[in-house]
Design a protein around this ligand. Structure first.
Ligand SMILES: Nc1ncnc2c1ncn2[C@@H]1O[C@H](COP(=O)(O)OP(=O)(O)OP(=O)(O)O)[C@@H](O)[C@H]1O
Length: 240
């Protein structure tokens, strides 16, 4: 397992991102209770440090794929591996530790309305027992990276949608996770804001994080030169 380094230089997060995670699906089938199957016997590898898009029509299974990676859903059959960990076998503390190594970004931001930008971003670190000093040390470079240094004291309803999504990215990455999962992060954004979000994710990827982004936005996918995993009829097919 790669180690999570600590942010040292406020002007450069490059040293802070650990070596990215490796992801593997081995003959995975996922069937929900009232449903035939969403994924059927799929195998897939995503290497450390890759940036991949996941596309597919509504209901095809994109979110399910991400949920399997962070243990929100368990496979009906097969194995889901993140780094050297079999996600299904993790329980309690070990599952929490895996989740600390994964930054998750959602389409609807999931910010706490009564808390400021800074509080939203640092809330998780507080819950994880980071010292106040360490939290402060991480906050500024993270705000800088997402372009929100001047808005740390605002509340979510005082921000645009694009800014809110950047807060949610900051929250996902402040602990410098080696794996970033973004589920339709641009689904509520206009093209300019979408592009900003993708550029931030690309920057984190250039620092070493493995990044997996689900999207419906074919234009965005075409604009970037990243591998694409298409989810269709229970299968995952990779473009390269
Ligand atoms: N908790 C659940 N219980 C039962 N069925 C579910 C559950 N979650 C998802 N499904 C079903 O699994 C299929 C895949 O859902 P999923 O959310 O992964 O698709 P998606 O590709 O992310 O869709 P969208 O693009 O609309 O977000 C759908 O048919 C959905 O109804």
């Amino acid at each position: 397992m790669s180690t999570v380094n600590i942010i040292k230089d406020p002007d450069s997060q490059k040293e802070d991102i650990p070596v990215g995670s490796r992801v593997e699906l081995r003959s995975v089938t996922k069937a929900y209770a009232n449903n035939s199957y969403t994924l059927l016997n799929v195998s897939l590898n995503i290497k450390k440090g890759e940036f991949v898009f996941v596309t597919g029509s509504s209901g095809s299974g994109k979110s399910t794929f991400l949920k399997l990676l962070y243990g929100q859903e368990l496979p009906t059959q097969g194995e889901v591996i993140v780094d050297d960990l079999n996600v299904e076998k993790l329980r309690g503390d070990r599952l929490s530790l895996l989740r600390r190594r994964i930054g998750i970004v959602f389409q609807d931001y999931k910010l706490i309305p009564q808390r400021t930008v800074a509080e939203n971003i640092t809330f998780v670190l507080q819950a994880q027992g980071y010292t106040r000093k360490e939290i402060q040390r991480r906050l500024e470079p993270t705000l800088k990276l997402v372009g929100l240094l001047s808005k740390a004291d605002r509340f979510p309803d005082q921000l645009s949608g694009g800014e809110q999504q950047r807060v949610s990215i900051a929250r996902a990455i402040i602990a410098t996770p080696p794996l970033i999962l973004a589920d339709e992060p641009t689904g509520n954004l206009d093209p300019d804001n979408s592009w900003q979000v993708i550029q931030i994710l690309q920057k984190l990827n250039s620092f070493g994080a493995t990044v997996i982004v689900t999207t419906h936005d074919e234009q965005l996918v075409r604009k970037c030169n990243h591998p694409v995993i298409q989810v269709k009829n229970g299968k995952l097919s990779r473009s390269y």
